[in-house]
Design a protein around this ligand. Structure first.
Ligand code: DGP
Length: 111
């Protein structure tokens, strides 16, 4: 599959790994918008948040729970989480990912 994040998951492309379990991988964003900019992704490929539904509440809940655990491990007190859904919302990589951004005062801009 021609997906950058799937290639990162398979090890075909490198990343700076921050967290991994059976279901999720987290790694540093290649183009950080703040001193801490981590992407948290499910290993299962789906393009965007709108590809999930009521049957996925477990996975989506665990995505947030894993994110809070990563924030704790990284000793982040203040942070922002962002999920872009669709190109007009700024999504450029079509494999669901959550941005975890921290390390500077974040203004009104989303990420
Ligand atoms: P979005 O605009 O929400 O689709 O964010 C995609 C993010 O993915 C963007 O902040 C840059 C990051 N990114 C794109 N390609 C790579 C890559 O090959 N490696 C890493 N670590 N991050 C990437």
């Amino acid at each position: 599959m021609d997906c950058i994040f799937c290639k990162i998951i398979s090890g075909e492309l490198p990343c700076t790994k921050v967290y991994e379990d059976d279901e999720f991988l987290a790694f540093n964003d290649i183009n950080p918008q703040a001193p801490v900019h981590i992407l948290v992704i499910p290993k299962e490929h789906r393009e965007m948040l709108s590809d999930y539904g009521p049957n996925d509440e477990g996975l989506l809940g665990r995505l947030l729970a894993v994110t809070t655990e990563i924030a704790r491990q990284q000793k982040l007190d203040h942070y922002r989480t962002v999920i872009n859904c669709g190109s007009d919302a700024g999504q450029m990589v079509f494999h669901l990912h959550l941005h975890l951004v921290s390390g500077r005062k974040l203004s009104g801009q989303l990420c």
